[in-house]
Design a protein around this ligand. Sequence first.
Ligand SMILES: Nc1nc2c(ncn2[C@@H]2O[C@H](COP(=O)(O)OP(=O)(O)OP(=O)(O)O)[C@@H](O)[C@H]2O)c(=O)[nH]1
Length: 533
Amino acid sequence: APELTIGCSPTSAQLTLEQVRALPTEAWKTVDPNAPFVDLAKAEWCRLQVSGADTLGAVVRFKVSSALIAPVATFYWPDVLRDDQGTQVGVETRSFGGARHPSVLVEARHTGQPIYLRFLTRSSPRGVLEAWGVSDFTARVRAEQSFEMAVMASMAVLGLMASLFAYQLGRRVLVYLCLWVISVIVLRVLESGLFTTWVSIEEDARRLLNTLSLTVAIAFSVVFSDRYLKLGDHFPRISRLLMALVLVLIGVGLLTVGQVTTHLRELYNALIILQFMLVGICALVLFHRGDEMARFFILGWSPVLVMSVVRTLFFLTPAPLPVWLEPLWQVTLLFAVFVLLLVTARATRDAEREMHVVRRAASHDALTGLANRASLFEALKSGMAKARTTRAPLSLLFLDLDHFKHVNDEHGHDVGDHCLRHFAATLQSRLRADDMLARLGGEEFVVLLPGVPLEHARKVSDDLRNVLSEHPLILGDLTCRMTVSVGVAALRDEDDAESLLKRADAAVYRAKAHGRDRTVLETVFDAPALSLR
Ligand SMILES: Nc1nc2c(ncn2[C@@H]2O[C@H](COP(=O)(O)OP(=O)(O)OP(=O)(O)O)[C@@H](O)[C@H]2O)c(=O)[nH]1
């Protein structure tokens, strides 16, 4: 493997190439080859010397790895690389490895000579220089990129699933979530260098895209957090401040594009940290108050916040970055998306349950749980249509509890309610699966009997009345016996739902008039207009 000897210039003062070349070899501060860390705040130039038995004719790639990239750091780029004659040699600005693996290619013909490397920007205070044989370097970068691709593919899948849930829910907050996931994926693709491996792009344009995508990702993450935690309701001032900071961040982000000014970059990073801290504090306060949403938010986002701070600390300390930092950061982002997917899935499930409750309330009677008037009429219409096409009979029982007013008056409304529930349950237990028992209102019920002719319907009615008399409601010492008057009608060719129900109602009227607790069949006189035809 090629060996790299690195020397740092003795001063951070700006030196020309001529001055640098005039420096004696002893003036260069040697860097430990096992930890090839260069403090860029102290040295502007590096002197690189490649040696080793098999370096002649070999191609060597220097990896210049910067510190943090997102969301709290910037990276630098090697400016010029010159050989001893002062001519510029292979500087790969369209780098292999992208922002995370900026690299310069050094041809073998230069390896006998020292090479001087000057850093264009020094907003990042650290740098690590390593020399790799080309194949080793390629293998390592490819491995890192494969991991990165797997993480991003997983993020894309989780993000897509979350979008589907968000679409179902139609909630705008979840749309912000999806936009955040998409913007993070775009950012990671740009940073990873995968993008520049496929597409030729100018260095300035790449930097512009990186800054823009980072700004967009952070803006969406803040807007999403604000909407998700409903900060506008809980902390209106902080919410307004956050939105203002997002606008400032976008402005500062645009100003930093193409610039290497350290102060703007610092302001940009400070804004990001401030926003994250504000959101984090609000989430903690809400969590303390027992807010369910804040619980999930903290679960998914605290690792992201902690990792941001850890990266910042590593960035500030003058030591090489540990190898686990970048993969852990990616896994942390993936975990956050996963937790947010769980939240969207939960929200969808809750919304479906609510919908079910609302639908049931619209079609069922709250007291007895039976079908209500509206669903009775629907069932009646479809039952009548089916009976007509199959030429099958259809009968209807109209049931009205006898003297129910007395029950209420004597024992109270609660006992009355118990009676109604008991009545519904007792009847329901005797009916076939095809029959339908509905509560029309008050103490009036209807049983729909498909495939049952009038005479047989009378038997069903009597059977139901017998069951009712055999099973009175027992509430402690109280035994509540109920009787019911039933009118029976069967479907005729001319009938609609109303006329069928009316004839059964007329029969109930006669049952009441004849002393209650009985079944009365309809007569031809119950519908004189029709029977005259
Ligand atoms: N507990 C309870 N009572 C109800 C409910 N709906 C209607 N009622 C009562 O049912 C009674 C019906 O009284 P009426 O229409 O006079 O009929 P009735 O007392 O059953 O007498 P007949 O039908 O002539 O045998 C009223 O006292 C209503 O308040 C309910 O949901 N719960």
